[in-house]
Design a protein around this ligand. Sequence first.
Ligand code: ASP
Length: 307
Amino acid sequence: MILLTNNEGTLGVPTTARLLTQGHAALDAIEAGIRPIEADPTVRTVGRGGWPNLLCELELDACLMDGTTLRTGAVGALKGYLHPVSVAREIMRRLPHELLVGEGAARFAQEIGATPAENLIEDSRRVWRDWFDRTLTPAQKQAWPNIPLAELCRHAIDPEKGRDTTVFLAQDKTGAVGSGTSTSGWGWKYPGRLGDSPIVGAGSYADTRFGAAACTGAGEMTIRCCTARSIVLYMKKGASVGEAVLEAVDDMRALKTGLISRVTIHAIDTRGNHKTVAVNGDGTNVYWLWEGAGDPRRCPAEAIPLR
Ligand code: ASP
């Protein structure tokens, strides 16, 4: 058994580790670990309390992958529900689809009786309002929201740069591997923007034969490189988990234009090994590792420059 999650996963570590110890399936343990993080308004980059998009709306993304069946369930730009990860789980269970977004995702959430929630908290609204007052011209304010948003999104600054999506990777007692992600995405993003968290193969991937990987940070980069899937594929081709992650980092070096920023990669294999690196990190990234017994350990991620 193993559990690897990032600092944003702190709240869920005891639950996931306990469920794995009790013999629960990896995916059940991952979903149960992510739910309290989504509900906690003090985790400002996941679920309730997250940072809004340019229109001050909270759009949430989440994904689960069952490494044994290769089934996935993902939601993108979901508004108004407390647990995107559980909506994602029900997509996997009830639909012949893998990913629902926007209005369709909200409709499905309502259909299955998912818990509705006002996820935008007062402090997020205040910080957004402050940005609006400082950044927009009087003419833009008057015409709001019927103005072009593209330039605003280009210059938007995440109020909590360095804080991330939560990602969970786990292997259960039977050896089955799973992955999970949940996020409010990039603060001040263009409405409808999906990051890598709901995109299978970019933000996460799990395959019980080889291992699993998940990413946080600039989703635009891992979408372009299919980072999580690449890592698992490199392992299939014989690379160790460490080599596979470094190979995926090397793939990112081919990115010449577009958003080039920070990405943290987490990966496990099926033999209890792991690797976590912070690409363009500043040395402050930490992650949680639980190796099937004893207490979970908080470890520093290895910082790697991209250039
Ligand atoms: N990867 C997420 C996204 O691109 C954000 C993050 O982890 O900071 O939406």
